[in-house]
Write a protein that binds this ligand. Structure first.
Ligand code: NAD
Ligand code: UGA
Length: 464
């Protein structure tokens, strides 16, 4: 079975870039990305490619090539479902904020709404692909909804989790380490569906990198991959604290252990804590699933990754307060970076939000500069915590688009995101504008200690 029309529900950080790449690599397939959010769709359709809702290096070029040819962004969800042979579900699956599993389980209400909508609209057989990250065994719930509420047509459910990382999404999609497809291969219809999706990816991904498994392995592999990656960050962050006490240097330790090919060099960069929309959510989900099967030791083991991450963010803020003579009340502290990592405008679960919150509780004044994050997003992130009124956040947080202005009359700089441009700043000019002693707390270990100390800064990096 050859696929000629794909629909993707959800035009977010995953749906947008993933479908743009499928469309670019498969000009023979019509790809329509739909979303309920009209503003988001309008931004995807904007002629000015700097206004795309997702900032990702290389994305604008891919969209420019495919959009209007075989890539379409639309709010007409029913029409796109009706026309497509294959429907990707790429909607958000946040941590539940209410009821059973509050604060841990994944909220599947958007997934269920999509399943019900597909069931209502579909008049012929469809392959439904789980692209969102989902708890293991979700496919059976989707199948049940589709089979019981549909129009008697056939549905095949595949799991095809996405492994792209933000900031490198296009590269990751062009040359993935692997593509994972979970399907029901015991039946010929199931096998045909798996083959159809394999054929889509085979347009640009070598066949030996396309892995097929059963549906449950595929769903669980996604949560496991994120848990392992986050665990490495928490592991090295735990060692960073020990380094600070003992005179060891975490960069040197990371290099020394990373050269062991069994350990490997990646994901060993100590930081102020991992952020992003998925690591915490997916580990909490894993913990919840383990608990729901009565596997308390398994649950506790993985929960420790989150506990260590929260500790790291708190510890970073505490260190600023302690170093600034135990008070930051009324002092200006400049944040360089607000995004959860470089090369993205995404701020979800960014460590910066929590560090700012702790410091605002201590009555600090925060100035923020981030090259890609909009002012309103920063205020929304703080308001969302519900720690203080919007008015107070506005009064105590000054957001500017000039880094030199952000550092003026500041007592300390905190580097929260590893943006490359921070390394190129005129640090002497920044030093001259700051109050003395001028401190830098490098939460990303990206600046040059010797150079900054020579200028006169008191420089403190995570893990040394
Ligand atoms: P997102 O919030 O950026 O996008 C989701 C979109 O779905 C939103 O625009 C929302 O309006 C839309 N939506 C929700 N319900 C809808 C409905 N019923 N009909 C139409 N549109 C609807 O989320 P995201 O970051 O793209 O993540 C999506 C999924 O992919 C999540 O499960 C996430 O865990 C997973 N994932 C994310 C990443 C990442 O880097 N962000 C990577 C891998 C996997
Ligand atoms: C992560 C995974 O890397 C992707 O494979 C996965 O698809 C995605 O989650 C998802 O499911 O959403 P992402 O969160 O976009 O991708 O970015 P990462 O590069 O993994 O970084 C996550 C956080 O860990 C960032 O805050 C980053 O700064 C931090 N990090 C990462 C470190 O502190 N140290 C490191 O060595 C690596």
């Amino acid at each position: 079975m050859k696929i000629s029309k794909i629909c993707c529900i959800g035009a977010g950080y995953v749906g947008g870039p993933t479908m743009a790449v499928i469309a670019q690599k498969c000009p023979q397939i019509q790809v329509t990305v739909v979303d309920l959010n009209e503003a988001r769709i309008a931004a995807w359709n904007d002629n000015d490619l700097t206004k795309l809702p997702v900032y990702e290096p290389g994305l604008a070029d891919v969209v420019a090539e495919a959009r209007g040819r075989n890539l379409f962004f639309s709010t007409e969800v029913d029409k796109a479902i009706d026309e497509a042979e294959m429907i990707f579900i790429s909607v958000n699956t946040p941590t539940k904020t209410y009821g059973i599993g509050k604060g841990m389980a994944a909220d599947l209400k958007y997934i269920e709404l999509c399943a019900r909508q597909i069931a209502r609209v579909a008049k012929d057989s469809k392959i439904v692909v789980e692209k969102s990250t989902l708890p293991v065994r979700t496919a059976s719930a989707i199948k049940s909804i589709l089979d019981h509420t549909g129009n008697g047509v056939q549905f095949q459910i595949l799991s095809n989790p996405e492994f792209l990382a933000e900031g490198t999404a296009i590269e990751d999609l062009f040359t993935p380490d692997r593509v994972l497809i979970g399907g029901e291969t015991a039946t010929s219809e199931g096998q045909k569906a798996v083959n159809a999706l394999v054929d889509v990816y085979a347009n640009w991904v070598p066949k030996d990198k396309i892995l097929t498994t059963n549906v449950w392995s595929s769903e669980l592999s996604k949560l496991t991959a994120n848990a392992f990656l986050a665990q490495r960050v928490s592991s090295i962050n735990s060692i960073s604290e020990l380094c600070e006490r003992t005179g060891a240097n975490v960069n040197e330790v990371a290099k020394a252990i990373g050269l062991d090919s069994r350990i490997g060099a990646k994901f060993l960069k100590a930081s102020v804590g991992f952020g992003g929309s998925c690591f915490q959510k997916d580990i909490l989900n894993l913990v919840y699933i383990a608990k729901s099967y009565g596997l308390d030791e398994v649950a506790d083991y993985w929960e420790q990754v989150i506990i260590m991450n929260d500790h790291q963010k708190r510890r970073f803020a505490d260190n600023i307060i302690k170093t600034l003579y135990n008070t930051v009340s009324g002092k200006k502290i400049t944040f360089l970076g607000w995004a959860f990592k470089k090369d993205t405008n995404d701020t979800r679960e960014s460590a910066a939000i929590y560090v700012a919150d702790y410091l605002l509780n201590e009555q600090a004044n925060i100035a923020v500069f981030d090259p890609k994050v909009q002012e309103q997003q920063i205020l929304t992130d703080l308001d969302y915590l519900n720690t203080r009124s919007s008015e107070e956040n506005k009064n105590n947080v000054d957001i500017t688009n000039d880094p030199y202005q952000a550092c003026k009359d500041s007592h300390a700089i905190a580097v929260l995101t590893e943006w490359d441009e921070f390394k190129t700043y005129d640090w002497q000019k920044i030093y001259d504008r700051m109050l003395k002693p001028a401190f830098i707390f490098d939460g990303r270990n990206i600046l040059n200690k010797e150079e900054l100390e020579k200028i006169g800064f008191i420089y403190k990096a995570i893990g040394s």
